[in-house]
Design a binder for this molecule. Structure first.
Ligand code: ATP
Length: 295
């Protein structure tokens, strides 16, 4: 029987406009293309895990608007259980307004909308579903009180808490210590006092932080791959050299697959190998969830 991965996270509508160049302050430019679709770290990671074969239940909030209905339908289409993706009355679904210029650079403004309606009470309502053998995954796009309470409930119930602290948030030190693992990219790692020039430096930094900052630590290093450490072991997993065309959502592909493998009992080193392989495939295709590999 598949073991369940519970993702507590954000769901957004990504509204993406292609522009020749970014407007200056006060200026309006006409976009040459427009598309909208599923976004948000919680949603992306839930889809990556589902495509990897995990049974995924997403706990999230949308508005009671057309965007909310669309993202719920899209998530269900990718195989994610959306029973706990609730619509909040009178609040808009979270939206990420994204401009992509002719060079492929982007500018993004995120309005959290209904994602801010997730609260500690919603976490308490999940407590009875958590126990040894359950894996919970969350990210920095939900309120800090949700992350702190999730860590507390996972500790009490003996569930595994995987925390992707992206973007960096001011969570309680105890929340970080409960993370098993804490997953961050290089920039986020630096905000936590970790640093490295090359993968070997990063491996040593993670090894020093494991058991102190968090139960286990994983840092993704873009085209170089990722490093991971527990109290007793550490490793560097190089990414294969690929023809990268679009890195959007690569980090979410990595985290979703990592959590999916941990949820079925794969050890951290093995889970990181699978996550690097999946994320490296994702960068060879355009789009976010559309680029994620199916196991
Ligand atoms: P993003 O914000 O673009 O989603 P991130 O900053 O959270 O990503 P990265 O460290 O850039 O995360 O990338 C995550 C993983 O994606 C890496 O560990 C690696 O496995 C894969 N990856 C990213 N870029 C490349 C690349 N150019 N070639 C191969 N693999 C890549």
């Amino acid at each position: 029987m598949k073991r369940t991965l519970l993702v507590v996270g954000s769901v957004n509508v990504d509204a993406v406009s292609g522009v020749e160049r970014f407007p200056a302050p006060g200026e309006t430019v006409l976009a040459s293309s427009y598309r909208q679709g599923l976004g948000g770290k919680g949603a992306n990671q839930a889809v990556a895990a589902a495509l990897d074969g995990a049974r995924v239940e997403l706990v999230a909030r949308t508005g009671d608007d057309a965007g909310g209905a669309a993202v719920r339908a899209e998530l269900a289409g990718w195989g994610v259980d959306v029973t706990d993706v609730a619509a909040v009355r009178g609040v808009p679904t979270g939206i990420a307004q994204i401009l992509v210029d002719a060079r492929g650079e982007n500018m993004i403004a995120v309005s959290s909308g209904a994602n801010d309606a997730l609260d500690a009470a919603a976490v308490d309502a999940l407590a009875d579903r958590l126990g040894p053998g359950t894996t919970v995954l969350s990210q920095g796009e939900v309120p800090v009180e949700v992350l702190d309470r999730l860590a507390e409930v996972c500790r009490d119930r003996g569930a595994r808490f995987v925390l992707n602290l992206a973007p960096p948030r001011d969570v309680a030190p105890r929340t970080l210590r409960t993370a098993d693992p804490l997953v961050v990219n290089e920039h986020e790692a630096r905000t936590l006092g970790l640093d490295g020039a090359d993968p070997e430096d990063w491996r040593l930094a993670c090894a020093a932080a494991a058991g102190r900052l968090a139960e286990a630590v994983v840092v993704t290093l873009g085209a170089r791959g990722a490093v991971a450490a527990t109290c007793t072991s550490s490793a560097y997993v190089a990414a294969p050299v690929v023809d990268a065309v679009d890195a959007t959502g690569a980090g979410d592909a990595f985290v979703g697959v990592l959590a999916s493998r941990l949820a079925v009992g794969v050890d951290l080193g093995g889970a990181v190998q699978s996550a690097v392989a999946a994320a490296s495939q994702a960068v060879t295709r355009h789009g976010t969830v559309e680029s994620y590999p199916r196991r």
